[in-house]
Design a protein around this ligand. Structure first.
Ligand code: HEM
Ligand SMILES: N[C@@H](CC(=O)c1ccccc1NC=O)C(=O)O
Length: 505
């Protein structure tokens, strides 16, 4: 018996808005018991700039989660506590590692309830932190979206979150669409699978267009120096002044240090849903695609290495529990890749599938460009700027603040070492940025390459013009020395007999 195809409503996933809540986020908690949280968050920017934020939070009366009622209230409370916690940690001259009881106590309760870690995740800053400008109009357009909470009060920060909200809203309808495709593949209804894949590819293409609207209102300088520092977590933050992580002090005594990665769009269940339905596998960062023979020995041999860090999978533990379980259950039924591979002669099916892969890959390409402009370029600029200032030219010759949020995204301490730069160029989860993102992009094209490789091996590769026979997305050519080369979605592949066939070049 095949497992049932998950029904989105059972997991708090909307048929229309996907992982955005079906009911709009609350703009305010209705119970006046929580009014002080609301006051603090609505004045966050002023409290931060005037350096009154920490004292204000320390002086709050302790209120617990006991009066939260509806799911929307729990989500609003998570947003409020996430913003307060990050403002508290990063909103001073130095980061503060001890979170005081007025926020620790309710934050732990709320996160337990929602099955989330005690850190500002993508759900807290994006999914549950928006409102439509005109409530009767659709939320899948940036023109109709506004944010609820921000650290800086800037349009740049709002826009940074809202681009993701618009992507989630525009991508939401692909969830029922692709679940329908899974059901159609089960029923061997290839015409429906093709139709769904075609609509899916078009939608993915639209999401790329929305992604590129980031440049319109989010300035890379503001992002890198003013916004990003507040989104940092407590993991790998020694350079920023949190060598051990943070402690959520509840008054019980002996509370442990904990370390969590900061917010990241890698925590978006929607993007992971795309990978899952298309059968895209993401390997641990830095590991090659195993050949059939090497898998076994790697897993079981006497010199078996411990499994490597798989950042994308780890990010599922930063998703709300319901969403994480939805992805798990969709993984158990995802059959499209297998269906396409077992119907190789159906060219329309392969084309529609490969087009979806190509669109998702192109989304990742656009994203890499965004990361270069918003992080890599900005971080290099800061480095050359700090080189041009000698440490002795600092005002009053005082040690410079370690704080990520008030100064810039890395500490000022004179010329930076190569090691420090490498560290800084890691994402919120400590991944070596560009290689990680490029690997994720390349893995997106792999199922298409696999399908080509198999077809080539069984059918013979090229026609007289050196073009692939009927392959839309790759070109196959023969070099003068007789070597076969395929320029595919994921790069260049060559036939190498010593490697046992087609291999990535
Ligand atoms: C200025 C805007 C953005 C910047 C600077 C940025 C930066 C990053 C960074 C540094 C990572 C590496 C993982 C980490 O450490 O967090 C990442 C991952 C990721 N980002 Fe973004 N991001 C931005 C916007 C977006 C948006 C709007 C999307 C929505 C499609 C997105 C989707 C992803 C995904 C899916 C990953 C995981 C890697 C993958 O699956 O390819 N990002 N981003
Ligand atoms: N990973 C990004 C941060 C990031 O993408 C992000 C963080 C919190 C909420 C949303 C995010 N992404 C895009 O809207 C960074 O390292 O700067």
């Amino acid at each position: 018996m095949l497992p049932p195809i998950p029904y989105p409503d059972d997991y708090g996933v909307s048929q229309y808005y996907g992982f955005l809540p079906n009911e709009l986020p609350l703009e305010i908690l209705p119970d006046p018991y929580y009014k002080r949280w609301e006051y603090v968050v609505s004045n966050l920017q002023a409290l931060l700039l005037s350096k009154r934020l920490r004292h204000t939070i320390e002086s709050l009366p302790i209120v617990t989660a006991s009066r939260l009622r509806t799911p929307a209230e729990w989500r609003r409370a998570y947003v409020l506590l996430s913003f307060m916690t990050h403002a508290y940690i990063w909103g001073g001259d130095r980061p503060e590692e001890r979170i005081p009881p007025p926020i620790s106590i309710p934050y732990i309760q709320i996160c337990n309830h929602l099955d989330l870690p005690t850190v500002a995740t993508y759900a807290g800053v994006c999914l549950w932190n928006f409102k439509p400008i005109f409530p009767e109009e659709p939320i899948d357009s940036l023109e109709n979206l506004s944010t609820l909470a921000t650290f800086t009060g800037s349009l740049d920060e709002s826009w940074f979150y809202l681009v993701s909200v618009a992507i989630e809203a525009r991508g939401g309808p692909t969830i029922p669409l692709m679940l329908h495709a899974i059901a159609a593949a089960r029923a061997n209804d290839s015409a429906t699978v093709i139709e769904c894949l075609q609509v899916f590819a078009t939608r993915l293409d639209e999401l790329g267009t929305v992604l590129q609207r980031m440049y319109e209102n989010c300035d890379p300088h503001v992002f890198y120096h003013r916004i990003r520092p507040f989104l940092a977590g407590s993991k790998n933050m020694a350079d920023a002044g949190l060598p051990n992580g943070v402690v959520f002090a509840t008054g019980a005594g002996n509370e442990p240090y904990c370390q969590y990665g900061g917010g990241s769009n890698a925590q978006s269940s929607l993007i992971q849903f795309f990978d899952i339905v298309l059968g895209i596998e993401h390997r641990p960062t830095g590991s090659q695609k195993p050949s059939d023979s090497s898998t076994e020995s790697e897993a079981e041999g006497p010199t078996a290495k411990p499994p490597r860090h798989n950042f994308i999978h780890e990010m599922r533990s930063y998703m709300p529990g319901h969403h994480r379980r939805f992805l798990q259950d969709v993984s158990a039924v995802a059959n499209i890749r297998e269906y396409v591979e077992s119907h190789k002669s159906n060219r329309s099916l392969s084309l529609a599938y490969d087009a979806s892969l190509a669109m998702l890959r192109s989304l990742r390409d656009k994203h890499i460009q965004l990361v270069s402009r918003y992080i890599i370029v900005k971080s290099r600029e800061s480095r050359s700027h700090s080189r041009s200032l000698s440490p002795l030219s600092a005002p009053n010759n005082q040690p410079q603040p370690l704080n990520l949020a008030s100064a810039s995204a890395h500490k000022y301490s004179g010329p930076e070492t190569a090691k420090a730069e490498r560290r800084r160029l890691r994402g919120t989860g400590g991944t070596a940025l560009i290689p990680f993102l490029k690997q994720a992009r390349d893995e997106t094209g792999e199922p298409a390459i696999d399908a080509w490789a198999r077809r080539i091996l069984s059918n013979g590769p090229v026609d007289s013009a050196g073009e692939a026979k009927g392959f839309a997305l790759g070109k196959i050519g023969e070099h003068a020395d007789g070597e076969l080369e395929i320029v595919g979605l994921a790069g260049v592949w060559k036939m190498d007999d010593s490697e046992g066939g087609l291999c990535h070049w």
